[in-house]
Design a protein around this ligand. Sequence first.
Ligand code: IPE
Ligand code: IPE
Ligand code: MG
Length: 272
Amino acid sequence: MAKGTETELEHLPDSELKSLLLPDLLPRHIAIIMDGNGRWAAQRGLPRMAGHTEGIKSVRDMINLCRELGIKALTIYAFSQENWKRPAAEINALMMLLESYLQMELEALIEKETRFRAIGRVSTLPESALAWVRKVERETAHFDRLNLTVALSYGGRSEIVDAVRRLAEDARNGTITPDQIDEDMLEGYLSTHGLPDPDLLIRTSGETRISNFLLWQLAYTEMYFTPTLWPDFRRHDALLALHDYQRRERRFGQTCDQLSDHPDEKVGKRSA
Ligand code: IPE
Ligand code: IPE
Ligand code: MG
């Protein structure tokens, strides 16, 4: 298990924090609820969009760090189904920001051999934003160094409903029989199919809820909640989150004695 309390670690430089991480115990997949952009802007007397724009720098930090550490999957919650209830002006500005982020970032994603994929009911996005989503997906489809999944117009319950609907169709047309349906099969119908479940979920801004994110996939994920607002959550904060994760004992329902009997089944080393 990793050493050092959070207060001891937070004064260390990033290079040292990075070198103290135990490579075998890194998460394979990190999921993030990027929250607090509006409050970050309000604290500075700025319009909410300033917070969303600044938050892009935190996204870049996370992508770079995952790549450097060899973490293969990063899934970020950028726009929820419930976010459609926000004022039209904010929604429009967010969609424009998404589009300009994709235009701006395409080259960097290619250079970093990062595969971009969107999950969620993306067909509800404005046409020009959707066209950029599809373009960046296409042009990065052959990379697998880092899998960047962006949840857009995403809701965990609708994802499960969509999966069940397709299962039901396949049962009706005879491709599968109802008694064949098990957890693995249902997982295969989810939009995150092919990715391991997240090992670590980070939510910024002090809220301690899931807000309809990855409801199925988070069944055994370690949760990290921090009061830091998303635009302030940078490399240093991410390194501290990883140290916190490495101090956890993941039991998956077993007792701690069983884990010490079978060291291979310890933290972060899942049999799958
Ligand atoms: C998260 O920041 C980004 C989105 C939900 C699009 P918020 O916009 O929710 O920021 P707060 O929670 O109002 O501070
Ligand atoms: C969750 O943040 C959605 C995203 C980060 C995209 P919200 O700010 O929308 O969540 P609630 O409404 O506080 O639960
Ligand atoms: Mg919020």
